[in-house]
Design a protein around this ligand. Sequence first.
Ligand code: FE
Length: 279
Amino acid sequence: MAISVTYTVTALLDVNAQQDLDDRAESRTYIVADRHSRKAVIIDAVIENVERDLKTIKELDLILTFAVETHIHADHITGASIIRDRTGAHIVYGGGMEGLVTGVDIFLRDGQELRFGNTVMQALATPGHTDSCTSYLIPGTVFTGDSLWIRGNGRTDFQGGSADKLFDSVHKKLFVLPDETIVYPGHDYNGRVSSTIGEEKQFNERLNLSTNREKFVEIMNGRTMLRPAKMDVAIPANMRAGRIAEEEKELRRGGIASSSSILPPTGALDVQRANRSCG
Ligand code: FE
């Protein structure tokens, strides 16, 4: 059945000179705009990129209505609160975080919808990378955060992560979507922009349609990864929807090198980089 596409998607890639020390590089932000009304949502805004994102929204002549998060990120601070202050857009998090997160306007539980113009975005609870990860589905397109990546998946070793839950989320919530559904991930460390559900069912390296659950859990639980460089700053800030406390502002002013507590032990940068990503 042909899908009547009511929206456009603008993919914004994170470009970061510090990428060897700061694993927010390769974070993906998306602007989804309703063609008819010009109303738009931004998904997973990164605080360092807010000016770029607002400039793009202005250039495209959009009315930003929602700033949406796929999960509590550990690698970067969300730009949602600054965007709310500047545009009046409401902040949307997935369900399961009510009472834990402050500064959020709407918590979208599994199956609940967000409407902007003629476009409807549905929340799909996809826990596993973290316990409250949410993907967002518009007919023909799904934004998967760190649940499903292009040929990969997010790590499952912190914030209530569970390889077992991720297996179910991907198989029961994402792989049941039409094969032609376009997948936009939360990160890609290889410069790719999008995939499809059909491609990932077949070619995803750790979690495809043929993957055995026990084998997947064993692989994920057997991995040893370093903490993301900004984790101790990012998670508390993201629990406030990106509102930054004074001590964190100070930390950001000095850059990540000013805090030995959030730097990994010494070692080759390429090794650190390979181990500190979200995947
Ligand atoms: Fe993540």
